[in-house]
Structures are given as structure tokens and as C-alpha cells.
Design a protein around this ligand. Structure first.
Ligand code: ATP
Ligand code: MG
Length: 438
């Protein structure tokens, strides 16, 4: 991508209403623009990163055997009256009337709607287990929308729903989602820690939140110190295997959110760390809580009608964009992890208009694109200092800095954004570094 053709409205000033660094940096780099409280437009840079996060999540869900569907944002109030949640949900739910005076709502979550789809089509245990997921905008009229996309009112969620014939099989489905969450956060370059969590208004008995440790996080958490550094290898995961052992590796450590923490737990000779974190995912096993009131039952092998066992599994996709930045930044700006960076390389032409600089940069840019490398080329006519500051601000992993001095010496600077290390490479060394063979 040529920067001169890319719509990236960078702000010079730090926006006043932004309280946390990810919100500041997302506004400064022109990733998002607020349209009203807690509701954002995604501008090109933000959209690219959001899509990468969506893509990783979608692939892992499919890998784990879930089927993708797309349910609407607007739902009929009728199904929520059946489950008993229409009244319970309170003011977070945006309620709407259509021209015929029918009650609609903008979906804050989809247990009811997906159960309706399920009960229409699934009648036999032979069709189970089933996991349906979708990626759709949600609306919750949060009391205090804040921190940019971290606590929005409109936000993007991946939500999956599992259906099983009995308790044991539904725990297997829960475990598959548990491990797929560990995988997908890792594939985003993040370390998320699973913690015992409260089930809240969704209900049920078994629940885990996936938390990224960050001081600015809204959740207070208590974690055994060993878990903070623990990462199971999770290579060669086969989602058809029984994953209980893999899950146990994590759950054998102590980790709980504030709601589940009991001060007596401190006395169990565990070294607990009290810290803060960002909730990026939440999974629930709630058994027959919705299938009973909503009549979602299937016949078992003996022809007996059983209310299906369910679980639901959410990932905050738009929140994750903020969370990645919260976990990856320094004083100069964002430091994208390679997994979700908008581009891998940033060519910076320190003297646009200089014939030789222009030629070297644009030839390199073409060559990199021909080799399928993901590259942003700053071909604008800004002064060198401003370009370098902008490159640090937007934080692509590698900067290839080309100016008159380097051209004269036939040496090009390659800066590693994370370490700050600069290597001076000849043109051939540069091609080698980029894995380009002529
Ligand atoms: P929270 O405690 O942060 O309000 P929740 O428990 O209400 O979250 P869930 O209903 O489990 O959230 O939703 C699944 C995921 O959606 C959460 O783990 C979170 O990542 C994301 N999410 C929830 N509310 C918001 C919001 N207001 N803005 C952005 N993302 C959100
Ligand atoms: Mg909430």
C-alpha cells in the first residue's frame, strides 16, 4: 500500500477524552472515529486489524468443528419473553418498536435466537453434537461506555453455541471451545489466562473468562504466580480427542475473577498475585437453562425426548483490537505483534522527490509486492523527522529506511520497531533479510 493513497487521518494532539493508551493510540493513528458515545466508525487502518483478528478467530472456530451462520442484529422480543430474559435484561437492552407496534430489540447476545434455529431443525440425537457460531455486531446500552472500543455500546462479538444430548458430551464441547480459545488468542500474539468466572445473567454453573493481564483492565483478578508464566505447548491439537487433560493443565492452577474469589483462598498456601486484566473471552456451560423454557428437545437413542444441553462462547473481537495495543506499545506508539500487524514492513523514503531515493524505494516496493510481502511504503512528501515519528507511531514490525546518505553509502537501515535495533544492510543483505531471491 502507498501511504499517499491510504486514508489514515493521524492526529497530532492527544485526544482529551481518551483515558487509556489503546484508546489514545487508536484515535491518534486514525483507526477509529467516535460517532456517538460508545459507537465507532472503523477507518481503514482499524478495519485492517479488526479483519485480521476476525480471520484468526473464524479459522479456529472452523478448525474446532463449529459451523458459521449469520443471525440478524435485530431480534423479535417474543423469543426473549419465552426464555424469561426480556424483563431481566434491564436497561442494557436497546428496545425498538417497528411500524406495526411490534417489539424488537438490538441483540446483546444470541442464546434465544440460536435456540430457535436449533429447535426448528434438530430433532434427533444423531444430529448432535452441533456447534453454531456467528460474527455479528451487538448492542448493549452500557452504563459507562469508555476506553474506546474496549467498552463500547455497539461492539463486534464472535459467539458460538454448542448443543449436546447429555451432560458428559456437553462438557466435551465446552472443553473444545476452552482449548480453541487458548489457541486463537495465542495466534493473535496474546497471552490470555483462563479464570473461573461468574455466570451472571446468562446463568449456568461452569464458566471461564479469558483475561489479558494489563493494569488498565477493568477486571480485578487473582492468579497463582506459576500460571502467569505457564503456556501449554498446544501443538498438534486434535479437536476430536478428549481435551479434558489439556483443560486440566490450566484449571489445576488457581485463577479467579473478583466475583469468584474468596479471601480464604489465600490461605491455601498458594502464591496468589492480585492484578488487573482485560476480559477478551467468556465461555459458559448452562445445560438446559434455555432449552427447557424454549422447548428445544431432541430424541435420544431410545426415542425419549431430552432438552438439549447447551453452552455459549463469546470473544470480544472489537475489544481485542484495543487489548492487543494495551499489551503491545511503548512511549512512541504501537508495537504490533507480527500476527495481527496491518503490514509487516514499512518502507520510509526520507527524501521523496529525490530521483535516486524514489527509484530505489519504488523498485524495492514493487519487488516486495511481487514476493507477496506485506508492505506499506511512505511515499509522501512530509519531512524525514515527521515520517520517522509516524512510522514509530503506527508501529509496523520492521522499518526499511532509505535516504540520500544510505543511498550514497549503499547501506540501508532496517529498524526492528520492538527492540529499536537498527542494522545497516547492503542491498543484497536486505534482499536476503526479506527472503527475496532474484
Ligand atoms: P463485561 O464483564 O466486560 O461487561 P460480559 O461478561 O458482559 O463482559 P459477555 O456477555 O461474556 O461479556 O460477552 C463476551 C465478550 O464480549 C466479552 O468477553 C468481551 O470481550 C466482549 N464484550 C462484552 N461487553 C463489551 C462491550 N461493552 N464492549 C466491547 N466488548 C464487549
Ligand atoms: Mg457486560
Amino acid at each position: 500500500m502507498l501511504l499517499s493513497k491510504f486514508f489514515m487521518p493521524v492526529l497530532k494532539e492527544v485526544p482529551k477524552d481518551a483515558e487509556i493508551i489503546s484508546h489514545v493510540l487508536m484515535l491518534r493513528t486514525g483507526m477509529i472515529q467516535q460517532s456517538s458515545s460508545g459507537i465507532y466508525s472503523w477507518l481503514p487502518l482499524g478495519k485492517i486489524v479488526l479483519e485480521k483478528i476476525i480471520d484468526i478467530c473464524r479459522k479456529e472456530m472452523k478448525e474446532a468443528g463449529a459451523n458459521e451462520i449469520l443471525m440478524p442484529t435485530l431480534q423479535s422480543a417474543d423469543i426473549w419473553k419465552q426464555s424469561g430474559r426480556y424483563e431481566d435484561y434491564g436497561k442494557e437492552m436497546l428496545r425498538i418498536k417497528d411500524r406495526n407496534d411490534r417489539d424488537l430489540l438490538y441483540g446483546p447476545t444470541n442464546e434465544e435466537l440460536v435456540t430457535e434455529i436449533f429447535r426448528t431443525h434438530v430433532k434427533s440425537y444423531k444430529q448432535l453434537p452441533l456447534n453454531l457460531f456467528h460474527i455479528q455486531w451487538k448492542f448493549r446500552d452500557e452504563l459507562r461506555p469508555r476506553f474506546g472500543v474496549m467498552r463500547g455500546r455497539e461492539f463486534l462479538m464472535k459467539d458460538a453455541y454448542s448443543f449436546d444430548i447429555d451432560y458428559a458430551s456437553s462438557i466435551k464441547s465446552y472443553n473444545v471451545m476452552f482449548i480453541s480459545y487458548m489457541q486463537l488468542f495465542k495466534k493473535m500474539g496474546l497471552k490470555a489466562i483462563p479464570m473461573k468466572a461468574d455466570t451472571g445473567p446468562i446463568g449456568g454453573e461452569l464458566s471461564h473468562e479469558f483475561i489479558i493481564i494489563a493494569e488498565t483492565g477493568e477486571s480485578e483478578v487473582y492468579v497463582e504466580d506459576n500460571l502467569l508464566n505457564f503456556q501449554s505447548s498446544l501443538e498438534n491439537i486434535n479437536y476430536n480427542d478428549d481435551l479434558q487433560k489439556e483443560v486440566d493443565k490450566y484449571t489445576s492452577f488457581y485463577a479467579a475473577t473478583e466475583e469468584k474469589y474468596d479471601p480464604n483462598d489465600h490461605k491455601k498456601n498458594l502464591n496468589l498475585v492480585q492484578t488487573r486484566g482485560i476480559e477478551v473471552g467468556h465461555i459458559f456451560h448452562f445445560g438446559q437453562k434455555y432449552s427447557i423454557p424454549m422447548n428445544a428437545s431432541v430424541n435420544d437413542s431410545e426415542g425419549k425426548s431430552i432438552s438439549t444441553y447447551m453452552g455459549s462462547y463469546g470473544v470480544g473481537l472489537s475489544r481485542l483490537v484495543g487489548a492487543v495495543i494495551e499489551a503491545n506499545h511503548d512511549n512512541d506508539g504501537i508495537v504490533w505483534p507480527k500476527e495481527v500487524t496491518p503490514w509487516s514492513y514499512n518502507i520510509i523514503n526520507l527524501k521523496s522527490g529525490d530521483h535516486t531515493c524514489d527509484e530505489i524505494c519504488s523498485n524495492l516496493y514493487t519487488l516486495m509486492k511481487e514476493n507477496s510481502l506485506s508492505v506499506l511504503y511512505d511515499d509522501t512528501s512530509e519531512r524525514a523527522g515527521a515520517k520517522l515519528a509516524k512510522a514509530d507511531l503506527i508501529g509496523l514490525p520492521y522499518q526499511i529506511i532509505i535516504g540520500p546518505k544510505g543511498v550514497k553509502d549503499k547501506l540501508f537501515d532496517v529498524k526492528n520497531r520492538k527492540s529499536g535495533d537498527v542494522s545497516k544492510l547492503s542491498y543484497n543483505e536486505l534482499l536476503n533479510f526479506l527472503n527475496i531471491k532474484l
